[in-house]
Design a binder for this molecule. Structure first.
Ligand SMILES: [Zn+2]
Ligand SMILES: [Zn+2]
Ligand SMILES: [Zn+2]
Ligand SMILES: [Zn+2]
Ligand SMILES: [Zn+2]
Length: 143
């Protein structure tokens, strides 16, 4: 005869964890900040960061701050991280600043083949988020 293991039917919950079988459920946790004192589960809030950047570690759970956000570790708002303020050189939010146009006369005389005019146009932009500026120049040739 095979021995049949006996399943207990009634869990005896100590908050989130069963005293009898050790099974855990996602309710009744006893949160100490981000970590449950009973089962050790870690949640996304209540961390105690040891610094202001995304690479800071939580004193309670030891996880890096960034892992709670997108995979790069930072919570990017365009070019700037919402959490630590770090700026990356991508996804800037450019705003038109001003424009400069100037002419350049090419060549010395009518006999000169290259006689003509170059019109330079330079447009400056500033990032609404981080304040970085960029300049784009283009040149039109007139003969
Ligand atoms: Zn149980
Ligand atoms: Zn728990
Ligand atoms: Zn934590
Ligand atoms: Zn960051
Ligand atoms: Zn920017």
């Amino acid at each position: 005869m095979k021995k049949v293991s006996i399943f207990h039917i009634f869990h005896n919950w100590n908050g989130c964890t069963c005293r009898v079988c050790g099974k855990t459920r996602d309710e009744g946790h006893d949160w100490n900040g981000c970590k449950c004192l009973i089962c050790g589960k870690v949640r996304g809030t209540g961390h105690d960061w040891d610094g202001k950047t995304c690479l800071s570690k939580c004193r309670i759970c030891g996880n890096k701050r960034g892992i709670w956000f997108i995979n790069e570790g930072h919570d990017w708002n365009g070019c700037k991280c919402r959490i630590c303020g770090q700026v990356r050189d991508a996804w800037h939010n450019w705003e038109f600043l001003d424009e400069n146009v100037w002419e350049e006369i090419l060549g010395q005389s009518v006999d000169d083949y290259s006689m003509g005019k170059a019109i330079h146009r330079s447009v400056r932009y500033r990032c609404r988020i981080c304040g970085k500026e960029k300049e784009e120049t283009e040149t039109d040739w007139e003969c």
